[in-house]
Ligand binder design. Sequence first.
Ligand SMILES: Nc1ncnc2c1ncn2[C@@H]1O[C@H](COP(=O)(O)OP(=O)(O)OP(=O)(O)O)[C@@H](O)[C@H]1O
Length: 605
Amino acid sequence: MPSRTISAPSPASAPAKLPIVTDDITRVFAAAGAGASFSLFITLSICFCKIARKRSSRAATRDASSPPRNFSYSSLRRATNSFSPSNRLGQGGFGVVFRGTISPSTQNVAVKVMDSGSLQGEREFQNELFFASKLDSSHVVPVIGYSHDLQRRRLLLVYELMDNGNLQDALIHRRCKELMDWSRRFLVAINIAEGIEYLHGLEPPVIHGDIKPSNILLDRFFSAKIADFGLARLKSEQVEIVVAALELNGDGGGGAEEVESVVTGNEEFSSGLVDQSPGSVAMVTASPETTTVSLDGVESKEWWWKQESNVERGKVKDYVMQWIGSEVKKERPSSSDWVEGIAATTSTKKLEKKSTSKRLDWWLSLEEENEKKKKKKKKRRMLREWWKDEYRRELAKKKKKTVEAEFCSDDGSSVVSQCPRRSDSKTSSIDWWLSGERWSRGRGNSIDSVSGEIAKSCGISSTPSMRGTVCYAAPEYCNLDNNVSEKCDVYSYGVLLLVVVSGRRPLEMTGSASEIQRANLMSWARKLARRGRLVDLVDQKLQCLDQEQAVLCITVALLCLQRLPVSRPSMKKVLGMLKGEVSLPELPVEFSPSPPLKSARKHRR
Ligand SMILES: Nc1ncnc2c1ncn2[C@@H]1O[C@H](COP(=O)(O)OP(=O)(O)OP(=O)(O)O)[C@@H](O)[C@H]1O
């Protein structure tokens, strides 16, 4: 029987094992290679992600210290799909706003394209950029960047996109269901108050100058943010509020009344960015002579320096300097150019000839601009006249003298209050609102301030003038002095608060006689206060209404709407009252439900 032996491997079988070893080594090397390339891939992708995130975060978030980003025109054109009408978000006084997506960060933005050739648009553009570097609050719509395309004479501003659009639309036009919930509406009112309080708390305080629902934007959580700093200004340190005794002749009483006026120690800073920019003055004044006189040899560059030094003592934002220094100067000769032009020597005659023709072009373009403005003004005046006639005809037809008398007396304070200098007891408040003088400094808008909304909805347009927006602007704001303080914003907030609570415009005419007394929201609120029925003003369609809170809002609004700026509470107090941290002061006697007649008369005197 053959025995089965397990023989030791013969030397001959040894070479057969070699391929197995080589295989292992290859596998080890392959694994190591794969590992190395995998880790290289991971490292590279991490690096790539980091760079991409850095890039996107540069576009997405911009803290106050970093300047707004300078976008190329083509990148913004790409972002908005060639400014496609389907991306149109809305139109303001100075141009159209488009939705866009910035690549590669895929951040959603709103791109405002200023009307080409609009001088006031240019001014708003400068103002927005200036404040973009100053403001850093969750209650302010951030400006991400800008673009100035010299070839096409286009100025563009890039903002963070606010998904729920503006408050005016959401509240009045769309009747957004989210805003039908009282708590959300109240939160919106608080957000806005916080935003204004932030602005007023800065050093120096920033006065927005155009607080109104269409300048309040809502993000995707319906958190309200303040937008549009085109009319904003820095409050001068020299502005102080003085209470002076003044004779009032309007009501025949002739008694002395305390009237607040604002004294400016230094004219240069008093009216802030909008009015004081020599560039702006140069843009508004038509002739170079007046420009030279009004500018008094101050260059736009110097003006920006002064604004800066007023805030940060010498710190200057390079981008503003660069922008003003290079671009504006390139396009528009400054006042000193005019002066220098006169004193030019013969050796520079050639240069002078060139610059003179440039100036002439510029001057002619200003003339053209002025002509256009005049035509628009004429059109507006005609429309106003027509509207006034209509209103008067309506009044005469209904022969409701009592209603008219009530309307006038109700706003009796407001006839004087809305425009103290033109206190005419025969003029009703609505006449005053519709009076031409109020619009006399209106913006030359693409949407006409009067025609736009009155014709459609019998409401008042929310398009602003250079002195704020009709119905929202404080009485002292309409005077052309420099008496602008934070209290102007407080007044506008008062109107806005009434709009938020009532869910309607400040001035609404439906034509029916019963509606006339409600036409002016402010005077209706005053009337209801006297009757002790403030709750009647609250939007009927509100859900989960906290009646106490709503009445508190209306009361605070009435305090904000007082004629004398000194009587209005500060924004800090307003916020405290709304949050229940500060107790409500007594409403002025004219708002008390049953005013003792004699003492009320005495008080008026
Ligand atoms: N950041 C934004 N996000 C979303 N929508 C915006 C944004 N900015 C503006 N809009 C929309 O574009 C509209 C026009 O804005 P714009 O600031 O030009 O004008 P306005 O404030 O309505 O009017 P005006 O300039 O005459 O005061 C706004 O009402 C709003 O609906």
